[in-house]
Design a protein around this ligand. Structure first.
Ligand code: DC
Length: 251
């Protein structure tokens, strides 16, 4: 059992501990925020620490975008994009090493969905109401039974409005661009920090300005500015919030 869980459970009686453990297994955590705020890294670690599922909803929009690009579908054809989304089977599978892979119609597309052509086009595809309708329905279904950390842009506002814990992660544009640039460098992509910053700015504006499910914090969310925090510190804060939620429920 992870140390955090042990601490929470040891600090109360055995019976209460069991109830808290059950509550942890059923918790729903929504993590939203702009590109590069560290959502997916943090969400993955929180899910692993709690022993619950992690769902990367951005990857689902990326997969539909990849399929549309491969099919040479005009990104202005909203009806065709929605049909494409409805006829696509998306599955997340966890490998033995703990990493999550996304399969699109049976093909592992985890690497290709992170590449530049998809990153460039995904804001447009994810703004199409028919595409969102299809994917949100799947996300709601996965979240229905709890035991999940989901990250995206509209999780606390649309997908899981009843989530037990809603987190909105932010960081300064400069810091987000720097983090993304480091990630891209590690993958061997030749881009400048300015280019990364411009791309983030463009995507932020698009995601926050679209009429359907725009990026914004849910009114009952906790905003964490991660500019000066390490990943470990952000994870610890979310685990502490989860612990206090579960204890309050059982207290
Ligand atoms: O988190 P990401 O960069 O992988 O997300 C890719 C795109 O998908 C991003 O431009 C916004 C969009 N998205 C969305 O509209 N709603 C979500 N729940 C998740 C992502």
């Amino acid at each position: 059992m992870v140390p955090w869980k042990m601490k929470a459970i040891k600090s109360c009686g055995e019976e209460m501990g069991k109830r808290i453990q059950k509550k942890i297994a059923e918790i729903t955590i929504a993590i939203d925020g702009p590109a590069g705020s560290g959502k997916s890294t943090v969400a993955k670690r929180v899910a692993a620490a709690l022993g619950i599922l992690y769902l990367d909803t951005g990857a689902m929009y990326r997969a539909i975008t990849l399929k549309a690009l491969r099919a040479d579908l005009p990104l202005t054809d909203e009806v065709a994009l929605a049909k494409l989304a409805a006829s696509t089977v998306l599955e997340f599978k966890q490998n033995a090493d703990g990493t999550y892979h996304l399969y699109m119609d049976g093909e592992d597309v985890s690497t290709e969905i992170r590449m530049a052509p998809v990153t460039k086009a995904v804001s447009v595809v994810s703004a199409v109401p028919g595409v969102r309708e299809v994917l949100v329905k799947q996300q709601k279904r996965i979240g229905r039974h709890g035991g999940v950390v989901m990250d995206g842009r509209d999780i606390g506002t649309v997908v899981l409005p009843q989530a037990d814990l809603k987190i909105f992660l932010t960081a300064s544009l400069g810091e987000r661009a720097y983090r993304r640039w480091l990630e891209l460098q590690a993958k061997g992509c030749a881009v400048t920090k300015d280019e990364v910053e411009e791309d983030l700015k463009r995507r932020d504006a698009f995601d926050a300005g679209r009429p359907v499910a725009p990026l914004r914090p849910a009114p009952d969310s906790v905003t964490l500015d991660t500019t000066a925090l390490t990943i470990e510190e952000v994870v610890e804060r979310i685990l502490a919030l989860s612990s206090s939620f579960c204890s309050k429920q059982e207290g």
